[in-house]
Design a protein around this ligand. Structure first.
Ligand code: HEC
Ligand code: HEC
Ligand code: HEC
Ligand code: HEC
Ligand code: HEC
Length: 375
């Protein structure tokens, strides 16, 4: 065989592959999900239109990929969501099924042509199938945000101090301080805790389910976890998860980051005056989740010492000093520093001083030194 004919064969084979490749691409394009959604949309739009001229135009329109190019908020985004979600700014589609439904009215009046969709919703802007676009395919780190979780998206442009329109973020940030998460975790500009891992970008690192699990059941990720189990209701838990998920290092507006305000606001709140009674001290104990780590009469956590007869063991002055700074009395203590007002400190000490009831079960505690860290 001479060289000329082998080149000819190679060319022919190459051409055949090219042809097959093109045919495959054309086939795939005709079979894409978005096409079916758009054809259905055009039909619905035609039915909703009275003007015969527009009706005809819609009838002749062939499906095509629609996209919004968003520039001015971080790196450029190409959001093709409106290829399927075509009725988004058309009030006639208020009762239409998804993906055609009119977008709910939301605070702030953001225009979709400027803001796109993934700025708030995450997902994969370039995706053209439901699975891809909603970010539910493998390896996509930013699945669609909806429901309460969408507040995570708002935080990208409206960082702390959070808007009142994002109540879950507000509540989550406050709980993070109030429940003493700050005592163990560092979040840049918010807290400096060192006992647990830094959480400044924890939202970019883990999916929502993992964050939830880490709070509900710390031992799921590490059997030796010293992180206490907190008593949180469903609402508080969701707020904390929304807040943690929003800590992703993403800021699309690069405005001043004033996260410190959350802590400042809390500090101001700690000037709160509480009544000097045993009962109000008990409320302080419960509000600050002390029971996540301590037991009284058999109820509570086991990270810190049992406090059932603590009133017999320490003076009020000692208690107050310990609460202000546990490490001033026990250098290795993992007990977090909580912010307290003066009256809260007093009431708490009153409550703990009232724990004096020796019983058969707790007598042994009295004779043991207080400071023991349960493993
Ligand atoms: C291929 C068509 C298609 C594309 C592209 C698409 N969607 Fe959807 N979307 C749907 C369909 C169909 C539904 C309703 C069924 C469902 O939730 O899976 C839906 C539902 C939704 C919902 C409501 C989910 C719920 O559970 O209530 C949101 C929010 C949403 N899409 C946002 C987006 C965003 C943001 C993009 C772009 C990143 C996008 N979609 C791209 C087809 C699409
Ligand atoms: C991509 C950035 C971006 C995202 C994401 C975003 N916003 Fe906004 N938002 C803006 C801009 C820009 C304005 C306009 C400010 C102005 O007009 O001066 C605004 C204005 C507002 C306002 C009017 C009050 C004010 O402070 O100006 C509210 C309320 C608001 N947004 C709520 C939200 C909520 C709720 C979300 C999440 C669902 C959200 N925003 C997501 C950028 C964003
Ligand atoms: C400024 C933030 C913001 C932008 C930009 C935005 N959305 Fe939304 N979207 C929201 C909020 C807030 C909700 C209501 C959340 C909830 O209650 O589930 C929502 C709800 C939805 C829903 C569910 C509606 C329903 O009735 O359940 C769909 C679908 C949706 N958005 C699609 C889009 C698409 C497509 C775009 C881009 C054209 C877009 N969104 C742009 C904030 C935004
Ligand atoms: C006594 C210290 C302590 C307190 C208080 C504490 N944590 Fe933790 N946390 C830890 C430690 C230690 C870890 C490391 C892994 C483990 O032990 O589970 C951790 C892990 C985590 C993780 C997983 C981080 C990752 O990247 O894997 C999250 C999320 C978390 N904590 C959130 C919280 C929240 C929210 C609160 C408050 C409600 C809180 N923590 C209070 C000590 C603490
Ligand atoms: C993250 C777990 C944790 C939380 C939450 C916690 N503690 Fe502790 N606490 C400890 C540990 C561990 C010790 C033992 C080391 C030490 O003395 O600091 C301790 C010790 C104590 C002691 C005994 C100190 C002594 O030597 O006499 C008291 C009293 C106490 N804590 C009260 C509280 C109160 C009140 C709260 C809530 C405001 C609280 N703790 C929250 C872990 C915790």
């Amino acid at each position: 065989m001479n060289i000329g004919s082998s080149i000819k064969i190679a060319l022919a084979v190459g051409a055949l592959f090219l042809l097959l490749g093109n045919a495959f691409i054309i086939y795939k394009n005709f079979n894409t999900e978005w096409r079916a959604y758009q054809i259905a949309y055009l039909k619905m739009a035609q039915e909703k239109t009275a003007d015969p001229k527009i009706k005809e135009l819609l009838g002749n329109k062939s499906p095509r990929i629609e996209q919004i190019v968003v520039s001015g908020f971080g790196k450029e985004r190409v959001d093709r969501c409106v290829t399927c979600h075509m009725g988004i700014d058309d009030d006639r589609f208020a009762d239409a099924p998804q993906p055609y439904k009119t977008h709910p009215k939301i605070a702030g009046n953001h225009a979709y042509r400027t803001f796109g969709c993934t700025t708030c919703h995450d997902g994969n802007g370039r995706g053209l199938s439901v699975t891809d676009a909603h970010g539910h395919g493998k390896h996509w780190m930013e699945p669609l945000l909806k429901g309460d979780l969408i507040e995570t998206g708002c935080a990208k442009c409206h960082p702390a101090p959070y808007l009142k329109e994002t109540p879950k973020l507000q509540a989550g940030a406050a709980l993070f301080v109030r429940k003493a998460c700050i005592g163990c975790h560092k979040v840049e500009r918010v807290s400096n805790g060192k006992l647990g891992p830094e959480l400044t970008k924890v939202g970019a690192k883990w999916p929502v389910e993992y964050l939830r699990e880490s709070i509900v059941f710390p031992k799921a990720n590490s059997v030796e976890s010293i992180m206490p189990i907190f008593q949180l209701n469903e609402d508080e838990l969701t707020s904390l998860v929304v807040y943690l998920k929003s800590l992703n290092g993403e800021n699309l507006v690069m405005g001043p980051v004033t996260n410190y305000d959350a802590v400042k606001a809390w500090k101001a709140e700690t000037l709160a005056v509480v009544p000097l009674t045993v009962e109000s001290g008990r409320q302080v104990y419960l509000n600050k989740s002390c029971n996540a780590c301590h037991s009284i009469n058999g109820e509570g956590g086991k990270v810190g010492p049992d406090l059932s007869v603590y009133g017999l063991q320490r003076t009020k002055e000692y208690m107050i000093q310990h609460h202000i700074n546990p490490r001033s009395l026990n250098a290795g203590s993992i007990m977090p520093d909580f912010p307290y007002s003066k009256t809260e400190l007093e009431a708490l000490a009153l409550y703990l001083s009232s724990l004096t009831k020796l019983t058969f079960d707790n007598a042994a505690l009295y004779s043991k030194p207080v400071v023991t860290i349960a493993k």
